[in-house]
Design a protein around this ligand. Sequence first.
Ligand SMILES: Cc1cc2nc3c(=O)[nH]c(=O)nc-3n(C[C@H](O)[C@H](O)[C@H](O)COP(=O)(O)O)c2cc1C
Length: 406
Amino acid sequence: MAFAGRHVVLGVSGGIACYKSCTLARRLSEGGAVVDVVLTAAAAEFVRPLTFEALTGRPVLTSLWERDRALAHVGLAHAPDLVIVAPATANLLARAAMGLADDVLTALLLARTGEGEGKGGRAVLAAPAMNDAMYAHPATRANIQTLATRGWQFVGPEIGPLAEGPSERPGRMSEPETILAAAERLLLQRPPWQGKIVVVTAGPTREHLDPVRVVTNPSSARMGYALAEAAYARGADVVLISGPSDLPLPFGVTAHRVETTAEMQRAAQAVVKRAALLVMAAAPADYRPAKPAATKRPRTGDAALTIELEATPDILASLERPKECVVVGFALETGGDGLARAQAKLREKALDYIILNDALEPGAGFEVTTNRVTIIGKERQPVELPLLPKRDVAERILDAVEQSLT
Ligand SMILES: Cc1cc2nc3c(=O)[nH]c(=O)nc-3n(C[C@H](O)[C@H](O)[C@H](O)COP(=O)(O)O)c2cc1C
C-alpha cells in the first residue's frame, strides 16, 4: 500500500547480498512502485542488469556514460520518493561519505542529498552488508556516522551467517521484508502517529492444565501483528504484547512475549500508562484450570475427567488506562446478533471503538490471512468492510482511529 504510485530508486552495490536485491526489486514493483535500479560496476558482476530489467520492467542504469541517458542520475536524484541502497557495501558507504561521484550511483546519491540534508522528503535508506571485520572497522563506523548525520537512514546489518561461513556475526544484510518495512515507515510516517506510543495485544493465551497440556484457542496473532506493522509504518512507537505465535515479529516494534492471560494483563498494565492508543486484538483465554497439576496428569482408564475452570483476569476491565488513551477492542462472535453484543461491549467496557468479526464466516476470524470486520465507533454509524487481507483491515481500522488521536 505504501508503494502504490511511488517512485523508488534501488541502488545496488557489489556485495554477495545482491541476490536479495532481486527480491526487493520484485516486491517493490508488486507493491505498485515504479522502480528504477541503479547498479555499480561491481554489482553488475554479481547480478546482470537484465535480471533487474525483467523484474522491474524498466531500463537499468549502470554507467554515467550511457548514450541518450546523460544526466539521468540527476533526474533520478530528485524525482523519487525514496532511494534505497541495498546492499550498501563498505566501499559504497566510504565513497558516499567522502562525497565522491565517480560512478552513476554515487553521483546520484551526492545530487540527492546535496541540498536539504537531514530533512524529510529526500530520504536515502541504506542496508549495509559486509564481512564482520569490515563492518567493525573504525573507517566504516565513521562513514556510517557521517552519513547518518546527513540524514541517511539505516536498516541493519543484522547478526547472522555471512557468505564466508555459517557462524553468526554482524554484517548480514537485512531481509527484503525488513527493508520494505523500514522503507514503508519513511514513506508513511506522519502526524498524529509520529512519536505516539501504540500498544497492541495479539494472539491467544495458554492456561496450563498440567506442564504439558493447555487450554487455548486457534488465534494466529495475524490481526494484531498486522495492526502493529501498520502503526509502525505510520510512525508510531509500537509495543506488541504477544501470546504464543509462530509468526515472525514485525520489524521495529518492541515485543513482549507472554503465555497466560494474567501475564498479558500485567504486561499491558506496565506499558499502557504512556500509550496514546491501545488496541486489544488478542484472544486471551477467559477461563483457566482452577487447580493446574504440577506434574503430567496420567490417563485414568476410560473414566470421564471433569476439570474445574476459573475466570482469568478481564484485561480491559482491570487496566488502569490514561483518560486520553484511545481504546480499541475486538468482539469475536459466532453468528446471531453480533452487532448488538459488540455495541453493548463497547459501552460496558468504555471503549472508543470495537471491531466486530465473525469466527464462523469463511475467510474471517482465526487462523486465516483475511478478515471481514465491522468498525463500530462511539456515537458513530458502524462501518462494514468487505473481506480484505488482514493488513488492509489494519489500515482501515487505523484510518478510522486516526481522527480520535490528538
Ligand atoms: C565474492 C565477493 C563478495 C563480496 N561481498 C562484499 C560484501 O558483502 N560487502 C562489501 O562491502 N564488499 C564485498 N565485496 C567487495 C566489493 O565487491 C568491492 O569492495 C567492490 O569494490 C565494491 O564496489 P561498489 O561499492 O562500487 O559496488 C565482495 C567481493 C567479492 C569478490
